[in-house]
Design a protein around this ligand. Structure first.
Ligand code: NCD
Length: 458
């Protein structure tokens, strides 16, 4: 039976960065029937089907679509914050073609029925959506979830994110199973006892603002514990949203010792510091004024110091950190229109992720190909589970791509977000690096015409 016709696409003259294949140079990319057909120096349009769409990509980078292994899509249960559909729309605007949904939903993703529900809801959205299953039943930290049932249902990782796996004995068991099942356990490292009531990083800014602090050791103590457990069990430990210099150093050292650990950092921890809570867009010399206590700066883990930002950036550059993950955490307005202590933790990050992460490239600390690797092949390698087919431009693989202008400047305007979560401290801030086109399975699911004014011959 004939398949529905899909218009072939020729991406012409872009800088192709395909870390999985070690490719970086100007190439044409031909997409036919949803798959990469060819990547060559020059693919002439004359031998091609007449209705081919040509995207003139001069000045743009063409890379595999970005893969986000840490997003909160809020469905089921919190559809007033985000739905799978709005989250997926936000994803493709940010260049993400695959997003992995964290299980702090209601009900939590701790059984096959919820995984099936998510798969059904995701069937018609523009991005690929994968579910992450709970480590413990109901994310309550008392009893392991049925990890085998969840894997059979299709989860790509386990996590109780939003909360740590607090009980070291349960974490040991989960890591032991993860070794045999070949699927990582992604832990949200936070020792509650070390930060009771904490709402921002413990330091001079929290003192000046009179806010309860979260010391870096609240993260680092659990990172240390988990690395020891990974060494003991040989399990697949992944450390979610690392934010402190001490954590990055421990992961680097663990890798040198051959311990099976991987780690992610979030775009905001590559750019923003706790000084943003003073209300001067990060200027530490601003006396706390009318814009101080901006609840949009409240996120878990908290924004920390310049030293921590530099360490996260350096970890990304040298491979101590495997990938960038957004921790997209959309919230409804009232969750943020309240006091700093009452506000929910979280930043809506999918649509600003590239521009935020690119600050590390524009500063010269991370090369552009390395940043692309940390958004594509890196996260795919962390999860395994067949995601690598979406993380390269290898002929025959599904055509998932992001085309972006690494130098385009734009001003964040939350009123234009596709995400229902408008909670970001970056509203009104100029970022450099913007997505022009996103392609999933050979279909253009997002395009920004202003960035395609270089002779698109569609
Ligand atoms: C996350 C959320 O809102 O689900 N919030 C956040 O600040 N990262 C959960 C979490 O990791 O705490």
């Amino acid at each position: 039976m004939a398949r529905p016709h899909q218009q072939p696409i020729l991406i012409n003259g872009g800088r192709v960065i395909d870390p999985a294949n070690g490719r970086d140079g100007v190439f044409d990319v031909l997409i036919v029937d949803g798959a990469i057909k060819a990547v060559e120096r020059s693919i002439p349009t004359d031998g091609l089907d007449g209705d081919v769409r040509v995207i003139q990509a001069g000045g743009l980078v063409a890379s595999p679509g970005f893969i986000d292994i840490h997003a909160h899509l809020r469905e089921p249960g919190y559809e007033y914050k985000e739905t799978i559909a709005t989250g997926a729309e936000a994803a493709v605007r940010g260049g993400f073609t695959t997003i992995c949904a964290m299980p702090n939903t209601d009900p939590a993703i701790d059984n096959a029925a919820v995984v099936d529900y998510i798969a059904n809801r995701a069937a018609t959205v523009p991005a690929r959506v994968r579910a992450i299953g709970c480590v413990t039943k109901g994310r309550k930290g008392r009893e392991l979830a049925d990890m085998e049932e969840l894997i059979t249902a299709g989860v790509v990782a386990f996590s109780d994110d939003g909360d740590p796996v607090y009980d070291a004995g349960l974490m040991r068991l989960a890591l032991t199973y993860s070794r045999d099942l070949g699927v990582p356990v992604s832990n949200h490292c936070e020792d509650h006892e070390l930060c009771p009531g904490g709402v921002m990083a413990e330091g001079w800014v929290s003192s000046r603002l009179g806010l309860a602090g979260i010391p870096a050791v609240a993260e680092e103590a659990m990172v240390a514990r988990d690395i020891s457990l990974a060494q003991l069990t040989g399990g697949r430990l992944h450390l979610a949203h690392l934010s402190s210099a001490g954590s990055v150093a421990m992961v680097r050292q663990a890798k040198e010792r051959g311990i099976p650990v991987t780690a992610e950092v979030c775009p905001h921890h590559l750019m923003l510091t706790d000084a943003w809570a003073l209300g001067g867009k990060g200027d530490p010399n601003v006396a706390a004024g009318p814009f101080a206590y901006d609840t949009h700066t409240k996120v878990y883990p908290p924004l920390r110091t310049d030293t921590d930002v530099a360490a996260c950036v350096a970890g990304l550059a040298d491979g101590a950190i495997d990938c960038v993950a957004t921790d997209h955490a959309p919230h409804e307005r009232v969750s943020k229109e309240c006091t700093y202590h009452e506000a929910a933790f979280g930043i809506s990050a999918l649509e600003t992720a590239l521009g935020t992460a690119m600050t590390a490239v524009h500063s010269g600390a991370v090369s552009l190909p390395t940043m692309v690797a940390r958004l594509t092949a890196g996260p795919a390698r962390v999860l395994g589970n067949g995601l690598s087919q979406f993380a390269s431009l290898t002929p025959g693989t599904p055509a998932d791509l992001a085309l972006f202008d690494p130098d385009a400047t734009w001003t964040v305007d939350v009123s234009k977000f596709a995400s229902m979560g408008r909670n970001t401290p970056l509203n009104g801030v100029e970022l450099r690096g913007r997505v022009a086109v996103t392609i999933v399975g050979g279909r253009v699911v997002f395009e920004e015409p202003a960035l395609l004014n270089k002779g698109d011959a569609a």
